[in-house]
Design a protein around this ligand. Sequence first.
Ligand code: SAH
Length: 377
Amino acid sequence: MTEPSEPIRLPLVLAEPRGRQKPPRHLADLAPDERKAHLVDLGLPGFRAKQLSTHYFARLVDDPAAMTDLPAAQREELVAALLPDLMTPIRTLEADRGTTRKTLWRLFDGALVESVLMRYPGRVTMCVSSQAGCGMACPFCATGQGGLQRNMSTAEIVEQVVAGARSLARDEVAGGPGRVSNVVFMGMGEPLANYKAVLGAVRRLTDPAPDGLGMSARGITVSTVGLVPRIRQLADEGIPVTLALSLHAPDDELRNELVPINTKFSVAETVEAAWSYAEKTKRRVSIEYAMMRGINDQGWRADLLGDVLRSYGDWGWVHVNLIPLNPTPGSKWTASDPADEREFVRRLEAKGVPTTVRDTRGREIDGACGQLAAAPD
Ligand code: SAH
């Protein structure tokens, strides 16, 4: 019998704290040439990368047994290398006769996120999460109350869209077979605080099939609290995605309270960045404004908002999207009176600012704006 002479060392991967492990690497994390190189590094034939990409992005196949063009002996290894399981659906809730579907996902490390599919006549929008939780702490948003758990990977973001596309292709969504036409980064998280992964996801969504999903950048909206340097960076990427800015107040005093990052980037700086985004990309910016009774819905604030936006010119660079406040647990705020909402619209339009009121979907399944909290029950 010999005593072990050295303390037993745990493999590094086990010694690392759980939260520090990275999500499995997936072909959606990689550009096409990197997918090839990854297979070659593992001693697998590089040309299989294209077949795997075709299964994932073009055929929306997720069952390895259906990938009959891959040699059976190597199939498992190839799938493990580039198409690992990223997330497990925990539950799907439906509203609007099945045309709104919210799915709760468990990620590899137990983190929970939600995505929402919304079918309208002639289009389908997927609302995706970019972070598990959110660090922006807006007091009227349920996601903001739980804090940030972690950034999602590019593939974890993309997989939410692919999963929606699969369920549409397989006729699982009311209204018949269909395709995802729009993606909005309006689920959990602040997309511009996870810039690299989000940009990667935008590239995968817009890359032509089979390298990506082949969507139009014009159908993609990135919504932000207003991380000014990141808005400027996004404007320089040359991808014409739509920018939505969650403004919610036209004055610093109130916005400091509603959107705490405002203490770092003022209303003036934030709106200026949004305007220069519109100028560079020629894409009309959307200003999101959740209407809260007696808080931000006064006539004078509508006038001030109109003036702030018009001060950058009247070439139609912007429109305002009013969101009726959705209820969140413990929130002291309620939605505006419909008459006040109408007056708000009237005043903005009188200033020449096009204004719409969002048709909020999925409120009864806690799937509407600001309600995603990813609670397991
Ligand atoms: N963090 C990004 C992406 C989230 S988008 C952002 O803030 O833009 C979610 C949108 O819903 C944002 O405009 C957010 O301000 C808004 N929102 C949050 N809570 C809400 C609520 N209770 N009712 C209506 N809209 C809400």
